[in-house]
Each structure stands twice: as structure tokens, then as C-alpha cells.
Design a protein around this ligand. Structure first.
Ligand SMILES: Cc1cc2nc3c(=O)[nH]c(=O)nc-3n(C[C@H](O)[C@H](O)[C@H](O)COP(=O)(O)OP(=O)(O)OC[C@H]3O[C@@H](n4cnc5c(N)ncnc54)[C@H](O)[C@@H]3O)c2cc1C
Length: 478
């Protein structure tokens, strides 16, 4: 019957397969015991785990690694299910990869606490000591230096290096912690639907597992979230981010440690330092423009990037006058750090250009009986503030804390009464950042004069008022 339904194709057939599989799972649930391997009449042995993590991206794997380092959770039986083939590791002697993240201080502290940071530092990562954000339609700018705080502003790390650092800990925790690759979750049956005490998970290849708690770390199209049935607020930005690794024209001995971001009429363009001579480009723009940039000859592309950072856009007289007034009021303190220009780009690293669609998503709830969400499965934001995966790592910290407290107090791992504490902590942290980042995207996506004036004033006042600036930096640093 399953084969016949599959032949029909499309979402309807998949939904039907899922609902039949769910009914089958529900029937067998009643016969399941909490033993590690359970057998039901006529069905193959099914493994039971305390926790199953669905999705072994940066967030899911960091969660597994953080649990191995927690005294209360280290001896739990945990399964990490990842749809992709086995992770082949990271080669620090090879060229820089094009997927990188700006990791904030709070995430660095998490990696330090689970002993993963030394691995990252020993391989390669680039501390950001200064950041300059400025806009195209006025003189407004903000500069953030390392000396605002004792620590670096952020650190640029390749995504695969983060995975490598955390995978090492998950592998070392075998046999309690197990990773299954090419394991795509197709269906989930939650306790409230089946009347059972466990959550059941079925893979696309037919294998199934049960657990006390299923954690959805399966990204923005999360199957786990869909099966939880939570409301989702989401939309597309009709923008794409183009990433690429670029060679810079920097004199020997000069330090490439500044992150640059300019708000252009179509979206922000950012250069994040990778090494003394290379930076990572993240250029968010309209879909047709992103496609055009992707198709350009390398030399033409390099010219387009240089032009984007330097080009004079139509100015707004009233915004310029307002900037002058603000600077005069603050005794020109605003220009104490002179406006700088990014280094010229001299080349494009081969095969590093790629584009990614951008969207916003927030799940109305991160937990239900027997399941919880972390990372992009729960929230997805525009990359303009480099906060997406940092929010996910914040979820990891809160979830590990909550699960350890709950297990210690004798709660079942999947008990909503306890999981709700995790949700509360995450919402308090994530929602203001998500609203702020979306707000920034909105105010910088318009050329409407009053908005240009207001955003220029906002940026310049933030630059001139140390308490507001520090608050802003603290929240960006996590
Ligand atoms: C251009 C760009 C730049 C960015 N820059 C930054 C930055 O500088 N700083 C920052 O903090 N954030 C940044 N982000 C955001 C960041 O990349 C994401 O927030 C992060 O990758 C989310 O990680 P995740 O593990 O939650 O999800 P994902 O990376 O989407 O991982 C999900 C995993 O689940 C697996 N999976 C999916 N479905 C299933 C299934 N059914 N069964 C089993 N496995 C499944 C996938 O194979 C994948 O491995 C950026 C994003 C973009 C697009």
C-alpha cells in the first residue's frame, strides 16, 4: 500500500503515507516497554533512546556535544539522526570554505564550557576587533571596537570547523551517544496523538525508534516542528544572500580584523575577516541581482563588490544636515573614530560563490509533550546581524540546563511541565533579537525620506550615546 501511495507522488501522497505510518506506530506504541530494545508482535526490534536529536547541523550536534559534557545527561542514551551522509571532518590546511559564521562571545563561552573552543582556535578562526556599519544614503555610521569591551567583538569561524569540534565530543561519548547518517526523519508520533508515553520516530527508509524526548534540530523546514502542529509565523524576504571568499589588497603586516557592513538600497553587503589577506562576503540583495552577481565573470564580480562599498548613492540633504547637527551637539564626538573604508578586493576564490534564500520564521511554541525545538527549526532570521546560529547556541545552553535540572528533580525528559521552562528562557532572549533584526531589515529596505532620516539619526545617536551603544553591543555579543 505504501508503494502505491508513493506512486501517486506529491504532498498529498506523502501526508497519507505519514498518517498511515503514524497509525501503525500508534498501534505498536501501546505494546512498547521502556526496555532499550523492544519487540512487538510481528514487528522488528525497535531501539529505544532517552533522547533523539533530529538533525545534525551545527545546532543539533552542539546540543549532543553539550549533553555529553553535562554530569546529569552524559549517561543518557542519545541518538543523533542526520539526513546527510557521514561528516568527513575538516581540513585546516585546505582553502577557506564559503560557509562561515560570526560567533558571538556567548557562543564562544558555550564552546569553551564544552571544551570545543581549543579545537577551533588551534585550527583557524579570525577574531573581529572592530566593526563599522554605515549607510549609503547619509553619513550615519557606527563603529564598534574591541576596547568597548575586554573581549573581541566576535570571531569568524567556518561552519564545518564548528561541526568538527563538536562531533569529536559526540563520537567520544559512544556507546551512550550514537550518530546515524543518511537517516531522514519522515514521521513522528507524539505521545498526545498515540496515547503512549514515548515519542516514536520513523525514518524514510522504514526504520523506527522510540524515545522519551525528540529534539527537532532539523532546520527551517523542520519535519519535527510540522508534526508538533505548532503555529508558525513565517514569510520570505524576496532577497538572497550571496556568499563568496575574496582576496584583499592589504599590505603585509597590516591586520585584517575589521568587519564591514554597508546598508545599500537593496540590502546590506558585509565583509568578514577570514585571514590577513582574505575575507568572506555576505551580500544580501534582490533575487535577480543575486543571480546576476552569481553569473558574472570573476573580474566583473570583484569590480561590483568594490563599487558597492565605495559608490556614492543619492544623498538626502535633510539627513546630512541632521547628522551635522547631531555631531555638533555632541561636540563632534561622533567623528572621533574617523570613517574608514574597507580594503580593496583584488580577487575571487574559485568556486566559493553561492546563494541562499532568506526568510523569517518563528514557532509559536518550542515544546510539547515528548518534543522540543532548537535552532532554525524554531526560529530563522535575516543574516544581517549574524545572529541566527548564535540564537541556536543560546537554545542549546538553555535546553541542556533545563533537561539536567528536570532529570535531577525526577521529571520525565519529555514532560511539558518542565520543558516549558526552556521555552520561557528562549522566548525572552530570542523574540527581542528577532524583532530587532527584522526591524533593521525593514527600515533599511526603504528610500522613503522620513525613514532615511529617522534611521540615520538612530544610528548616529547610538554612536554618540555610550550607554545605548554599549547596550546594543552587549545584546549583539549575546
Ligand atoms: C548567508 C548566511 C549567512 C549566515 N551568517 C550567520 C552568522 O554570521 N552568524 C550566525 O549566527 N548565523 C548566521 N547564519 C544563520 C545560520 O547559518 C543558521 O542559523 C544555522 O545554520 C542554523 O543551524 P541549525 O543546525 O539550526 O539548522 P541547519 O543548519 O539547517 O541544520 C539542520 C540539519 O538537519 C538535517 N535535517 C533536515 N531535515 C532532516 C530530517 N527530516 N531528518 C534528519 N535530518 C534532517 C539537515 O541535513 C541539517 O544537517 C547565516 C545564514 C545565512 C543563510
Amino acid at each position: 500500500m505504501l508503494v502505491l501511495l508513493r506512486k501517486k507522488g506529491g504532498a498529498a501522497a506523502t501526508a497519507q503515507v505519514c498518517s498511515i505510518a503514524k497509525r501503525l506506530l500508534a498501534t505498536t506504541t501501546a505494546e512498547t516497554t521502556t526496555a532499550e530494545t523492544t519487540t512487538t508482535k510481528g514487528s522488528p526490534a525497535e531501539e529505544h533512546y532517552d533522547i533523539i536529536i533530529g538533525g545534525g547541523g551545527m545546532v543539533g550536534t552542539t546540543l549532543a556535544a553539550a549533553m555529553t559534557k553535562n554530569a546529569t545527561l552524559a549517561d543518557k542514551k542519545v541518538l543523533l539522526l542526520e539526513a546527510a551522509p557521514e561528516f568527513k571532518g575538516f581540513d585546516a590546511s585546505g582553502p577557506f570554505l564559503n560557509r562561515v559564521s560570526a560567533i558571538n562571545q556567548s557562543s564562544i563561552d558555550l564552546f569553551k564550557s564544552i571544551d570545543a573552543w581549543p579545537h577551533i582556535e588551534a585550527a583557524r578562526c579570525k577574531p573581529v576587533k572592530q566593526m563599522q556599519v554605515w549607510e549609503a544614503n547619509s553619513d550615519a555610521l557606527i563603529q564598534i571596537q574591541q576596547d568597548n569591551f575586554a573581549s573581541d567583538v566576535a570571531c569568524i569561524v567556518e561552519n564545518k570547523l564548528i561541526l568538527d569540534a563538536v562531533y569529536a565530543h559526540v563520537r567520544a561519548a559512544a556507546p551512550n551517544y550514537k550518530v546515524l547518517n543518511k537517516a531522514r526523519i519522515q514521521c513522528v508520533s507524539l505521545p498526545r496523538e498515540s496515547g503512549a508515553s514515548n515519542t516514536r520516530v520513523q525514518l524514510q527508509d522504514g526504520r523506527s525508534f522510540s524515545c522519551e524526548l525528540l529534539i527537532g534540530a532539523d532546520g527551517c523546514n523542520s519535519v519535527v516542528r510540522k508534526q508538533m502542529g505548532v503555529d508558525v509565523f513565517s514569510f520570505k524576504y524576496d532577497r538572497m544572500s550571496l556568499v563568496a571568499n575574496l582576496d584583499l589588497n592589504i599590505e603585509d603586516g597590516c591586520d585584517n580584523s575589521v568587519a564591514w557592513q554597508r546598508f545599500l538600497p537593496n540590502g546590506p553587503i558585509a565583509l568578514l575577516p577570514l585571514s590577513d589577506k582574505q575575507s568572506s562576503l555576505v551580500w544580501s540583495t534582490t533575487v535577480p541581482h543575486a543571480r546576476q552577481l552569481l553569473a558574472m565573470e570573476p573580474s566583473q564580480f570583484v569590480d561590483a563588490v568594490n563599487e558597492a562599498f565605495c559608490r556614492q548613492y543619492p544623498r538626502m540633504d535633510v539627513a546630512d544636515k541632521a547628522m551635522q547637527a547631531v555631531n555638533a551637539f555632541f561636540g563632534n564626538k561622533g567623528s572621533q573614530h574617523l570613517r574608514q573604508y574597507p580594503p580593496r578586493v583584488s580577487g575571487l576564490q574559485e568556486r566559493t560563490r553561492a546563494t541562499f534564500p532568506l526568510g523569517f520564521l518563528h514557532a509559536s511554541s518550542y515544546v510539547c509533550n515528548g518534543a522540543a525545538l532548537v535552532g532554525d527549526a524554531a526560529h530563522r532570521i535575516h543574516p544581517l546581524a549574524g545572529q541566527g546560529v548564535n540564537l541556536g547556541f543560546g537554545d542549546v545552553r538553555h535546553l541542556v540546563e533545563t533537561l539536567a535540572e528536570g532529570a535531577y528533580a525526577g521529571f520525565r525528559l519529555g514532560d511539558t511541565q518542565h520543558l516549558i521552562k526552556y521555552e520561557r528562557k528562549c522566548l525572552a532572549k530570542n523574540v527581542p533579537i528577532m524583532v530587532g533584526v527584522h526591524g533593521l531589515h525593514s527600515v533599511y529596505s526603504t528610500q522613503f525620506s522620513p525613514i532615511v532620516l529617522l534611521r540615520s539619526l538612530g544610528l548616529q545617536l547610538t554612536e554618540n550615546l555610550p550607554p545605548i551603544k554599549n547596550m546594543f553591543i552587549k545584546s549583539a555579543m549575546g
